[in-house]
Write a protein that binds this ligand. Structure first.
Ligand code: ATP
Ligand code: MG
Length: 452
């Protein structure tokens, strides 16, 4: 049917556009993340956004928030395959590691970044498409690598200037230890069955550990007094947990032990950790991670220890904004305006030469009403945040000259001069890179205003 009404089509609820004004913030975050991960020797891996539904059902556990109610799953209408938009990336990374036998010669330090999809109720810090950055260390067994991942996060917060994120850690032991604890936990909850909410009641026999993770305020007292998994750890689990703490202490990383910290997915064992803040309201967890030694075997590989974390990028960015910095960035170093036909062609050629020299240039181009008056072009030049406008008119071109206007000069009465076109590029480089106008320079990728 013809779409004659021309109503606006809006984006999907809970899935956000990242608009140009926010792009500098995202780029600053992404560049910082990349350099921190590289400084620990982590290599990037990029897996598809769509995976077989079975990957998540098997990997995350059937009785998890994600698999029970948050997955965007669909049937491929071409061939009937059951597919899911990835709700997280650990399962995909482990699948890929196995499929390509990446750990055949040595353990691997990997990281990823990208959009994830969960059908949740959208609210501040909780979206249906959101972004995660995560790292997975596959094939490492000791507490040293658990601590490394935590140190890496700490370095990232420091580099981003984020001070109000605290670390909580716990150990959830191994399967046998959890089973012993589980029996006592179920017995405890059964004694207080009247205090369980519906969700907890449903999980009592399928996944009682997850009840400890409840966000229901009415159940906090109950879960606080529940048997602590920490008291059920055997010697090896205890030694591993103490090892992690020793590495953290020797590096002056502050943490608290939260015996109720369990993490959402079934595949975790031993070390679990979360980075939390009080500045984001209810959505206070910015990063969660832990050890998941059983997962590779669950996916059909030979037993391979592994540990990783995932952080919610939107939540970290909100913290960065709350830290009070300004992340605005100018569009270019130089804005080129022109009047007249010959000038327009010359302006295009000149803009290319200035870019050859490494500067960022916006060339004024015709919009619906034409190139616009000189005055309106200069308004655009100013709004671009450029340090300089280069002005070309047919008369000036005839003299082989351009006018250079310093848009941010202290002395606005005396801020423009005629310069031979042949000398213009050298002059600009001198002014922007060489001279005391350094801070306007955009010569290097990742040249951002500092926000500390
Ligand atoms: P929560 O308890 O907040 O639902 P989670 O345990 O489901 O978190 P993980 O699966 O561990 O979260 O994902 C790691 C991080 O990804 C979270 O700590 C959070 O910062 C971020 N995150 C998770 N779900 C969302 C979402 N729907 N929107 C934005 N960020 C999210
Ligand atoms: Mg969740």
């Amino acid at each position: 049917m013809a779409d004659t009404k021309k109503d606006k089509i809006l984006g999907v609820k809970g899935m956000n556009d990242i608009l140009p004004d926010d792009a500098p913030l995202w780029e600053l975050f992404e560049n910082t993340v990349q350099s921190v991960l590289r400084s620990y020797g982590y290599q990037q891996i990029r897996t598809p956004i769509i995976e077989p539904t079975a990957l998540f059902a098997r990997g995350l556990g059937e009785v998890t928030d994600i698999v029970e109610k948050e997955m965007y799953s669909f049937t491929d209408s071409m061939n009937g395959d059951h597919l899911t938009l990835r709700p997280e990336c650990t399962a995909g990374v482990v699948r890929s590691v196995l499929e390509h036998n990446l750990t055949y010669d040595a353990p691997k330090r990997l990281w990823y970044a990208g959009p994830m999809f969960r059908h949740e109720r959208p609210q501040r810090g909780r979206y249906r498409q959101f972004h995660q950055v995560g790292a997975e260390a596959v094939g490492f067994s000791g507490p040293d690598i658990d601590a490394e991942l935590i140190l890496l996060c700490q370095r990232l917060w420091d580099d981003l200037g984020l001070a109000d994120i605290r670390l909580e850690i716990n150990s959830i032991g191994d399967a046998a230890e959890r089973n012993r604890h589980r029996a006592d936990l179920i017995a405890y909850f059964e004694q207080h069955i009247d205090q369980l909410d519906t969700e907890a009641g449903r999980r009592l026999h399928s996944n009682p550990l997850r009840i400890l993770d409840t966000k229901n305020p009415a159940m906090q007292e109950l879960v606080n007094n529940a048997p602590r998994l920490l008291d059920y750890l055997g010697d090896e689990s205890r030694a591993h947990f103490e090892g992690v703490q020793r590495f953290l202490n020797h590096n002056n990383v502050r943490f608290t032990i939260n015996p109720r910290l369990v993490r959402g997915m079934d595949y975790y064992n031993r070390t679990v950790f979360e980075w939390v803040t009080d500045q984001l309201g209810a959505q206070g967890t910015v990063c969660g991670g832990g050890r998941y030694d059983p997962l590779v075997e669950i996916f059909g590989g030979k037993p391979t220890p592994a540990v990783g974390f995932a952080m919610g990028v939107e939540r970290v960015l909100e913290l960065m904004k709350a830290s009070g910095g300004s992340f605005a960035r100018s569009q270019c170093d130089v804005y080129v305006v022109h009047q007249g036909e010959a000038a327009q062609m010359q302006a295009c050629v000149l803009a290319e030469r200035i870019r050859d020299a490494g500067l960022d240039v916006v060339l004024h181009c015709a919009a619906a009403g034409g190139a616009g008056s000189f005055k309106s072009q200069m308004k655009r030049a100013d709004a671009s945040g450029a340090a300089f406008a280069v002005i070309l008119g047919d008369d000036e071109i005839a003299r082989g000259e351009a006018t250079l206007k310093h848009l941010r000069a202290a002395d606005m009465a005396n801020n423009q001069q005629a310069i031979a076109i042949a000398d213009l590029v050298d002059h600009l480089i001198d002014q922007i890179v060489g001279g005391d106008d350094h801070e306007h320079g955009h010569l290097h990728a990742g040249h951002y205003p500092t926000h500390h």
